[in-house]
Write a protein that binds this ligand. Structure first.
Ligand code: C2O
Ligand code: CU
Length: 454
C-alpha cells in the first residue's frame, strides 16, 4: 500500500489504537545520580541527575503506529515523573504529577505505555520540580521514525542546552528569586548533547537529517547552520506541508524542535552550528568535512503528514490568556487557591507570574471543551520577558494576521509585549497542562490547564 493511503486509513479508522496495530518497543529508564565531565578537561566533573547514567539520557526510538512501553525506575533522592513532550498520547501517560498521575516516589517505578500516532522529533523529560530536575540532566531524545523514512546518509540529533555551573563543577544554587522573577535560569555553558562544541564528521555531498531540540531551562536560542543547504522540514515534530529553505537564523524557544534536511555543500574543512549571541556567533557544535566537492542534491523532501485534526475556526470556542508579572511588570496582586494576594505575599511564596490573574494552577480549566470541538486562545504577553507557552496532548496552529493558520506546533514563543492567537481541535480527551516552558516561570506561577471531555 502506498504510504499516504496507509496514513489516511490510520487517521480515519483509529487515532489512538488501543491495542497497537504494530509492535511494542520496550525500554527501561533508570533515573539516578551519575558523574560526568561537563566542564573542560582539568576542571572537576559534575554530579548529574540523569536517565541511564547518561546525559542526555538514552535516545528512545520507535516507529509510528507502534506502541512504546517504558518502565521508569526512580533512584533519585526525590520524587519524579516523565513527560513525553509533544506526543499526542493518552492523558494518563502524560506524566504530570497532580494532574495525570501521582509522582514516582524515591525507590518506586512507573510503567508508561502508549500508542504512537505521530512520527517526528520529540523529547522526554522530568516533569517534577522540573527547573531543577531538567537542569540537572533528566531528559533525552524521543525519535518516532516514519513508516517510510526519507533517504538520508546521516540522522543527527542535537539536544541544545545551557546549564549554570560553578567553577567546581557543581550546579549553581536553585530557586533564586532573580531567576524566578526575570528571564529564568540562563546558563553559563552551551552544550550540544551534553558536550561543549562536539564534533560530528561528515562527507561533502552527504544528505543529513538534523534534529534540533532546545532542552534549556529558559534560553531562546538563535541558531545558524553554516556550510549546508537544504530545508526546514518539520517543527515540533510535525511535518511542514511546504518545506522552507534553510534560513540564516533559526529561533528555537525552550522545548521547541526543528527538523532539517540539509546537504553538506561547503568546500571548507568544517561546517558549524552557531549560536548567535549579542556579542557575536559561537560554535555550539561543529562538523569536520572531508571528501571531494559535490553538488547538492536538488530533490526536496516532504515528510509524510501525521494524522490531521482540522480546526473549525468559525465555530471555535474562545478564551483569552493574559500573561502578567515578573520584574519591571508591575503585577500588584494575583489569586492563589481562590485567595487574592498582594505582590509581597506572592513573592514570599516564590510566585511572580499570573495567567488571567491567577498564580499557579487554577482550580478550573482555562477551557472545558467537548471532544472534537475547536478552540481559539488569544494570548497577550504584558511582561518584559519572553515566554514559550506549551500545550500538552494536542498541537495547535497560530492564527496569523490574515486569518490563515500557521504550521502545527506544541510550543509558541511570545516576545515581550507581543500578542498571539492559537487554535486547535480538542481531539484528545483529558486534562492537559498549558504552561510556560521557561521552567522558572512555570514554578513561579505560569501554569494553567485545559479539559477535553469525551
Ligand atoms: Cu516539556 Cu509540561 O512540558
Ligand atoms: Cu515564561
Amino acid at each position: 500500500m502506498h504510504r499516504r493511503q496507509f496514513l489516511g486509513t490510520l487517521a480515519a479508522v483509529s487515532v489512538f489504537p488501543h491495542d497497537g496495530f504494530g509492535q511494542t518497543s520496550t525500554s527501561r529508564l533508570v533515573a539516578g545520580v551519575h558523574r560526568q565531565q561537563v566542564l573542560p578537561a582539568g576542571y572537576p566533573g559534575t554530579e548529574m541527575w540523569s536517565f541511564d547514567a547518561a546525559f542526555p539520557g538514552t535516545a528512545l526510538r520507535a516507529r509510528q503506529g507502534d506502541r512504546l512501553a517504558v518502565t521508569v525506575e526512580n533512584q533519585l533522592p526525590q520524587a519524579t515523573s516523565v513527560h513525553w513532550h509533544g506526543l499526542r498520547l493518552e492523558n494518563r501517560m502524560d506524566g504530570v504529577p497532580g494532574l495525570t498521575q501521582a509522582p514516582i516516589a524515591k525507590g518506586a517505578s512507573f510503567d508508561y505505555n502508549f500508542a504512537l500516532p505521530d512520527a517526528g522529533t520529540y523529547w522526554y523529560h522530568s516533569h517534577a520540580k522540573s527547573m531543577e530536575q531538567i537542569e540537572r540532566g533528566l531528559y533525552g531524545p524521543l525519535i518516532i521514525n516514519e513508516i517510510d523514512p526519507p533517504d538520508v546518509d546521516q540522522d543527527i540529533t542535537l539536544m541544545i542546552d545551557d546549564i549554570r555551573l560553578e567553577q567546581d563543577g557543581s550546579f549553581a544554587a536553585f530557586d533564586n528569586f532573580h531567576d524566578l522573577s526575570h528571564a529564568g535560569r540562563i546558563g553559563n555553558l552551551w552544550l550540544a548533547n551534553g558536550q561543549i562544541d562536539p564534533a560530528y564528521p561528515l562527507k561533502r555531498g552527504e544528505r543529513v537529517r538534523v534534529r534540533l531540540i532546545n532542552a534549556a531551562n529558559a534560553r531562546v536560542f538563535t541558531l545558524g547552520l553554516q556550510g549546508f543547504d537544504g530545508w526546514v522540514v518539520a517543527l515540533d515534530g510535525m511535518p511542514l506541508n511546504e518545506p522552507q529553505t534553510l534560513p540564516e537564523e533559526l529561533v528555537l524557544a525552550p522545548a521547541q524542535r526543528i527538523d532539517l534536511i540539509v546537504d553538506v555543500t561547503t568546500d571548507d574543512e568544517e561546517a558549524f552550528l552557531i549560536t548567535f549571541e549579542r556579542d557575536g556567533g559561537y560554535a555550539i557544535a561543529h562538523f569536520p568535512v572531508s571528501g571531494p566537492s559535490k553538488a547538492a542534491r536538488s530533490e526536496k523532501v516532504i515528510l509524510p503528514p501525521n494524522p490531521d485534526f482540522p480546526i473549525d475556526l468559525a465555530n471555535a470556542r474562545t478564551a483569552t490568556l493574559l500573561i502578567d508579572g515578573g520584574a519591571m511588570g508591575g503585577m500588584r496582586a494575583a489569586r492563589v487557591d481562590g485567595q487574592e494576594l498582594g505582590a509581597r505575599e506572592l513573592a514570599g511564596r516564590g510566585l511572580f507570574w499570573a495567567l488571567n490573574g491567577v498564580a499557579g494552577r487554577p482550580e478550573t480549566p482555562l477551557l472545558d471543551l467537548s471532544l472534537g470541538e475547536s478552540a481559539r486562545i488569544g494570548m497577550a504577553n504584558n511582561t518584559a520577558f519572553p515566554h514559550g507557552m506549551h500545550l500538552h496532548g494536542m498541537h495547535f496552529s497560530e492564527v496569523l494576521a490574515d486569518g490563515s493558520l500557521g504550521p502545527l506546533r506544541d510550543t509558541i514563543l511570545l516576545n515581550p509585549q507581543e500578542t498571539r492567537k492559537i487554535a486547535f481541535q480538542a481531539h484528545n480527551p483529558g486534562d492537559w497542562l498549558f504552561h510556560c516552558h521557561m521552567l522558572a516561570h512555570h514554578q513561579a506561577g505560569m501554569g494553567s490547564w485545559i479539559r477535553v471531555s469525551a
